[in-house]
Design a protein around this ligand. Structure first.
Ligand code: ATP
Length: 317
């Protein structure tokens, strides 16, 4: 089994051609493929790994563009097209004060309509890793599709990876987000979070929080630290793997490409749910895996956009 299978949202981000304006003032937007799980699949494929993306898009020109974008980067697309809703859109701007404005068109968007019975068994059978996030947990039926596929992949022996990637603007309330995101931790073997996400989810600092997350079931917690790199916490280790210094121009997609780099490495080491803790605690292994993931994340920040900024294996090495 070699595939890294990512399931979730695939949508269009419209980003301003010029930064520093409130969304109400932006006059010109550029189209970009978006959706965190799709970015992770693209990162794996760009590195030369076997990546599959499972999701749902509208039968419309934006859906066609998204499938073409994933195809071009080498992701195998297991994508259902529907007439019931259009491909999701998100308008995003980076204001002068550094805050982001979001305007979502998902009432509903096609990705929210993915059903469990549409996820074919053969899409999960060759999964070394199954990866999901929390945006597809916000609404039914795609919440059940995400969790059902996670359980099926897990039963088939896949390593389950979860990036909560909190996007509060999409949830009915902060409490609803916290409760649902925490409820799905027991499904996961590997969880990637930021320090801010730990504080939001548990109301404690990252050191206490990492231990609390481990108690909820996952075997390894990865805390991303931006330019400082990341911290790897399991029952057998707690180490910081320093970041790679770069001149960052746009951090869009850094977290997703970091996850892609990490999963690419874990799959190439044939890591399983049963051996991941011991494998990463062996001398030098966590350092190798996460220095690689840090480099993938770092390179992504040196170029604009998410998918267009992803590095090849040669660049990382
Ligand atoms: P999101 O992309 O949703 O913000 P995140 O908070 O996990 O996700 P970051 O911590 O900003 O993302 O970045 C992920 C990884 O990318 C970091 O752990 C690091 O390896 C790398 N990285 C990010 N920013 C930089 C930077 N300025 N310089 C070097 N490496 C970086």
């Amino acid at each position: 089994k070699t595939y890294i299978v990512c399931l979730g949202e695939l949508l269009i981000d419209f980003v301003p051609e010029i930064n520093g304006q409130a969304l109400a003032d932006v006059t010109s937007f550029q189209r970009a493929a978006g959706g965190a799980p799709a970015n992770v699949a693209a990162a794996v494929a760009k590195l030369g790994g076997d990546a599959r993306f499972i999701g749902k898009i509208g039968r419309d020109p934006f859906g066609d563009f998204l499938v073409r974008t994933l195809d071009e980067v080498g992701v195998q697309t297991a994508v259902v097209q529907t007439d019931e809703a259009k491909t999701g859109l998100a308008f995003v701007s980076l204001r002068a004060d550094g805050e982001r404005d979001f305007l979502f068109f998902r009432d509903p968007a096609a990705d929210m309509l993915l059903r469990a019975d549409e996820v074919q068994s053969q899409w999960l059978e060759d999964a070394a890793v199954y990866h999901f996030g929390s945006v597809s947990l916000i609404a039914e039926p795609c919440r059940t599709a995400t969790l059902d596929a996670a359980q099926r992949a897990k039963d088939l022996g896949a390593l389950v990876s979860y990036d909560p990637n909190v996007r509060l603007a999409l949830w009915p309330s902060a409490d609803a987000a916290r409760a649902e995101i925490l409820a799905q931790l027991p499904l996961a073997d590997v969880v990637k979070v930021s320090e801010e996400e730990i504080e939001f989810l548990l109301g404690v600092d990252a050191t206490t929080g990492a231990q609390q997350l481990l108690q909820r079931g996952p075997k390894v917690i990865i805390i991303t630290l931006g330019p400082e790199g990341c911290r790897v916490v399991s029952a057998r280790q707690d180490v910081v793997i320093p970041g790679t210094p770069v001149a960052a121009v746009d951090t869009t997609g850094a977290g997703d490409s970091f996850v892609g780099g990490m999963l690419f490495q874990l799959a190439s080491l044939s890591v399983t749910p049963a051996n991941i803790v011991d494998a990463l605690a062996e001398a030098g292994v966590a350092e190798r895996v996460f220095d690689f993931a840090n480099r993938v994340g770092a390179i992504t920040t040196t170029r604009r956009g998410a998918i267009p900024a992803l590095p090849t294996l040669a660049e990382v090495e």
